[in-house]
Design a protein around this ligand. Sequence first.
Ligand code: CU
Length: 244
Amino acid sequence: MSRRSALIATLGVILLIALSGPAMAGGYAVVHLDEDPGDVLVATPWRFGFVVLQHDVTPNSDVTPIVRALHKDSGDEVTATGVQQGAIGHFVVEVTFPRAGEWKWSIEPRPYAETSFATLTVIEPEPRSVRRWPASPWGRYWLKPDKIIEQQRAATTDRGATRTVAILDPWVFAPSSLQVPPGTTVTWVNRTATIHAVTGNDLAFDDSGPIAPGQSFSTTFEQPGTYRYRCGPHPGMMEEIIVA
Ligand SMILES: [Cu+2]
């Protein structure tokens, strides 16, 4: 009898260990887009494909992938459900954005947690009648668009400090809480052998896409506030950036 209860207790402990900590986060899936989004136009269906990989290794069709996009200015939400097509674990979906501007978006391969992607800029289609550049070849030298953008970028990031958050085993962000002045660029470096992602709870937070081992992701925090974030595929990894 005592031997049996000892056995039951042992089994119970094994079960508890199996269900707790990193093992529980072990059930995860990562979404990879077939290709980078490119130019996405407002009010125009955007059809694209993606692959769902269990533990970022094995293609898995046994999920319901929900695409969710939030317009950063208005908070408008668009959702769509992927349909399995082609190889195992491959899905296609069509999304139509009703507004131009920046959309924060992710794909949640239910029952697993989401993979977030870089903020998508949805653009207005260019009117055919308006010509962007003067017909004269000399106009190109006067109006070089790349230079204007570069100058604007330099002006907004010159003052910025840079800080690093390491992603370490056993799947943690270090430091867990980081306080920085406005204008700081924070870089997350994945020093583990597993894919991770930086997914902000706040609409103002520009998410990373999947960050492969050895890769990094940077974003600049302009506005004061507390920005909580998590790892999309492993939502148990959860930390914050305080901009003050
Ligand atoms: Cu992770």
